[in-house]
Design a protein around this ligand. Structure first.
Ligand code: CP
Length: 332
């Protein structure tokens, strides 16, 4: 039996050395100092939820590397897939991930997947069962394009962008500020960002309203690493002395699956926005956001369009980080 392929489901799938090498390769690809190719290779893209950046970055990355993509949208191109094992499949899903993964593995060299999220129970969604099933049954590398828990490619681009702006990240302060939005996301971006930034030696401070605590296990594991990570009650406290302010809106895990309670909690959080006054409390702080961003709700136009904003560079780096990951996983 051939050895299992390497997957990228979360950043901890990479050693510190591998993470450094990936960032180095991404930087060389950006400067056109590396000319590696993936000619005649294919990647299957499966999106069960919408995407602007991730999909376009993947399609462009494979095209520029000489390969190509096959894009399948879960909402229109195929059907619901069962991920649980041993189940009598008498429900909505006519096919199991086990079979889909085996078949697709015979057509393409890697599978990149943004899996579905049921949105009913955090205890269930946090297990990331769909992406885990793809990783278990695929015979080619699987790349997580944002599950409930993790968004490793976003974190790679974030690290790359911060290194370009600040150089050595050790001892630099990153403030992550929760922002108000009627369409919050999962905490995946923030989980992966904290993981990446603490591994890079950054001093990370997190500020959010009550009830928006991160996944307990993630907070415990990062806290137990003994790295510099602290939760603050006030966003001003988190931003004080920071070199980077990173805004993100995520669901309250306390109200997960209960839209009425979630809306009621969110209604009390309108002041949670990054504006010039808040940014000015940092130490020449640069501004970051993974996007999509709601202007003048999560961050003011002045911040987003101002000289301290890195949001476009950050999104642009998704292309180079994606190329580096594809080269590493497909070529080894
Ligand atoms: N940041 C990010 O993943 O963007 P998309 O949802 O547009 O892919």
């Amino acid at each position: 039996m051939s050895p299992s392929p390497a997957h990228l489901i979360r950043l901890s799938d990479l050693s510190d050395r591998e993470l450094e090498d990936l960032l180095d390769l991404a930087g060389r690809l950006k400067r056109r100092a590396a000319a590696e190719k993936l000619q005649n290779r294919s990647v299957g893209l499966l999106f069960f939820r919408g995407s602007l950046r991730t999909r376009t970055a993947f399609e462009s990355a494979m095209h520029q590397l000489g390969g190509h993509t096959v894009h399948l949208a879960g909402a229109s191109d195929f059907w619901e897939l069962e991920a649980a094992e041993g189940r009598v499949m008498d429900g909505r899903a006519p096919e199991h991930v086990k079979d889909a993964a085996a078949v697709l593995s015979s057509y393409v060299d890697a599978l990149a997947i943004r899996p579905p999220m049921a949105g009913h129970s955090w205890a269930s969604d946090r297990r990331d069962e769909a992406i885990a099933a793809w990783a278990k049954w695929a015979r080619v590398p699987v790349i997580n394009l944002e599950s409930a828990m993790w968004h490793p490619l976003q974190a790679l681009s974030d690290l790359m962008t911060m290194k370009e702006a600040l150089g050595d990240l050790r001892g630099k302060r990153l403030a992550i500020v929760w922002t108000h939005s009627p369409t919050p996301a999962s905490p995946a971006v923030v989980h992966s960002l904290i993981d990446a930034a603490t591994r890079a030696g950054m001093d990370v401070r997190l500020a959010h309203p009550p009830g928006y605590e991160l996944d307990e296990e993630v907070a415990r594991v990062i806290g137990a690493r003994g790295r510099s990570y602290r939760s603050c009650d006030a966003r001003e406290e988190a931003v004080e002395g920071a070199q980077v302010v990173y805004a993100r809106s995520w669901w309250s895990l306390a109200d997960y699956g209960n839209p009425t309670l979630a809306a009621s909690r969110r209604a009390r959080t309108h002041g949670w926005k990054v504006d010039e006054d808040l940014l000015a409390r940092g130490d020449g702080a640069r501004f970051m956001h993974a996007m999509p961003v709601r202007r003048n709700m999560e961050a003011s136009d002045e911040v987003l369009d101002g000289p301290r904003s890195l949001v476009v560079e950050q999104a642009a780096n998704r292309l180079h980080a994606t190329k580096a990951v594809l080269l590493k996983l497909i070529k080894g």
